[in-house]
Write a protein that binds this ligand. Structure first.
Ligand code: NI
Length: 280
């Protein structure tokens, strides 16, 4: 017997807030204001290998009625992505991206291949795959090698299978007229937002505006060291109505490209001290 949609989303939320305390705090602040928080989408990351690719990670969601929609490419970050939507409009979209390994150096490819080779048999068919955690041993040196080339690769190596971010549906909030008002509220409460490409990404013309926090830093146990690294962030999305009268449900690649960087260690360092070089 499988899990229900409510059980699945609850398991994802609990796992996510355990490593992203700021999300729990922001959620509570909104609830205290009288808001009922709806999620626009939930995002997951993986490697584009047959055992654990996007489609494999989507299976537990498809089993509960989510259906694959549009595909996207992020060439500069070597990513492909797709989103899945449920017939129940109250359920969040699922956005899954995967790292294309053939674009990476042979050193990074060898590290990822070594990680994937540690997967237990049938790992990809686990019903709890989206929150299964890290199924491999990885050293801090390997993490750093990946980080130098792909922040995304390093994140997946360090965290494995878990939600990268939940995203609040800003249009469903009743006490904030727009994303700017929510951003002001978050800054007032001293949350730090990702300002790459501006705090608010996208525009009414794009039919989607997004903002996000910078990922919380958490201690991660590598095989040779325990190190504080960026974990997960919280995102905020405001969708606009299309000329057809429907709400735009897709994603804007140029905005998502900058949102991906919310887990970038360089952003955290830029917050920690003014002397750090934040050049890409
Ligand atoms: Ni997102």
């Amino acid at each position: 017997m499988g899990v229900t949609t409510a059980e699945l989303l609850d398991a994802l939320w609990r796992d996510y807030t355990a490593s992203t305390p700021q999300a729990g705090r922001i959620h509570q602040l909104l609830v205290d204001r009288g808001e009922i928080v709806h999620n626009d989408h939930v995002a997951l990351r993986t490697f584009a290998v047959p055992e654990i690719c996007c489609d494999v990670l989507a299976a537990p969601f498809e089993a509960l009625g989510w259906r694959g929609r549009q595909h996207y490419r992020f060439d500069e970050k070597h990513l492909r992505a797709r989103y899945w939507q449920h017939d129940d409009p109250n359920l969040p979209k699922i956005f899954i991206s995967e790292l294309v390994l053939s674009d990476l150096s042979s050193a990074s490819q060898a590290i990822v291949t070594r990680l994937v080779s540690q997967l237990p048999p049938d790992f990809g068919s686990r019903p709890d795959l989206p929150w299964a955690g890290r199924p491999w041993q990885v050293s801090h040196d390997e993490y750093k090698t990946l980080l130098a080339e792909s922040e995304y690769a390093a994140w997946v190596a360090a965290f494995g299978f878990r939600v990268n971010h939940f995203t609040i549906d800003v249009g469903a909030l009743t006490t904030f007229p727009d994303l700017q008002a929510l951003v002001a509220f978050l800054l007032e409460h001293r949350f730090v937002l990702n300002d790459r490409g501006g705090v608010i990404k996208g525009s009414p013309a794009d039919k989607l505006e997004q903002a996000s926090t910078i990922a919380d830093a958490v201690e991660v146990e590598f095989s040779d060291a325990t190190v504080r690294i960026p974990s997960c962030y919280y995102e905020f999305a405001l969708r606009y109505t299309l000329p057809t009268g429907e709400t735009f449900q897709g994603f804007v690649p140029a905005s998502a490209d900058k949102i991906f960087e919310s887990t970038d260690v360089k952003l955290q360092e830029s917050v920690a001290g003014p002397s750090v070089n934040v050049a890409k």
